[in-house]
Write a protein that binds this ligand. Sequence first.
Ligand SMILES: NC(=O)c1ccc[n+]([C@@H]2O[C@H](COP(=O)([O-])OP(=O)(O)OC[C@H]3O[C@@H](n4cnc5c(N)ncnc54)[C@H](OP(=O)(O)O)[C@@H]3O)[C@@H](O)[C@H]2O)c1
Length: 243
Amino acid sequence: MSGKNLSGQVAIVTGASRGIGKAISLALAAEGMNLALTATQIGNLSEVLDLVRSLGVRAESFACDLANWREIPRLVNDITTCFGSLDVLVNNAGYSVRASLVETAPEDLERCMQVNAMAPFVLCQKLFPFLCRSQQATVINIGSVVAFKGYEQQSAYGASKHALLGLSKVMALEWKKYGIRVHSINPGAVDTEMIRQMRPGLDPQGMIGTEDIADLIVFLLTHRGRAVIDDIHMRRATGDPWY
Ligand SMILES: NC(=O)c1ccc[n+]([C@@H]2O[C@H](COP(=O)([O-])OP(=O)(O)OC[C@H]3O[C@@H](n4cnc5c(N)ncnc54)[C@H](OP(=O)(O)O)[C@@H]3O)[C@@H](O)[C@H]2O)c1
């Protein structure tokens, strides 16, 4: 894809072990970006780490349970000590639970809020000084269609993605003066493990591909010009336009 050269820039991708995060990691590595990849366990990242390194970039894996925000300062310290600088943060890691509102356990609500909203919040706070030093600083938050529309059986997940959208809006405003761009990407059903658990009846054939999201992120980063795209809604081609 043509546009700005990303080679040598540093990106963090959370939830890089599979699904959308894996596709994003491969796409950014193909653009020459050096990568800090995170998941709950180092072992979960070994396959994607090998794939990314085979593209010739520097990549390291970091374990952190993002459900525990107290772990995040340590994660940030480990990554920034290792790479020294940061240009792009992709808040992709996500947790979902399929249950009606009445049946949702408080622990599940708590975990959704922690992983999907609180972790991006604290990560952004702690990485702010590093982002400020980049000429291309960008935060990309992977939201969801559930941040805009209610879905049955998704109250905890939907609430957490609404919270993430709120964070994206304020961060974009507050950090504009520092030249830090914030994008919110809000897909419908993407063909990953998560959607198979959340929407078991949905045909994978009609779903968004993980590479569609990755391509979009490469576009946003390489076409950083005088226009800014705040949020993107992406739906299944088989779904209805305008929801
Ligand atoms: N799939 C969809 O239809 C869809 C649609 C809209 C938005 N999204 C969003 O897209 C993002 C990626 O989703 P996906 O479909 O690729 O999901 P996925 O296949 O289930 O992958 C989730 C990723 O998040 C990581 N993760 C989960 N809990 C974590 C925790 N407590 N601490 C650290 N990392 C954790 C997982 O790491 P481990 O390997 O360590 O478990 C994994 O890398 C999520 O934010 C999701 O909400 C997905």
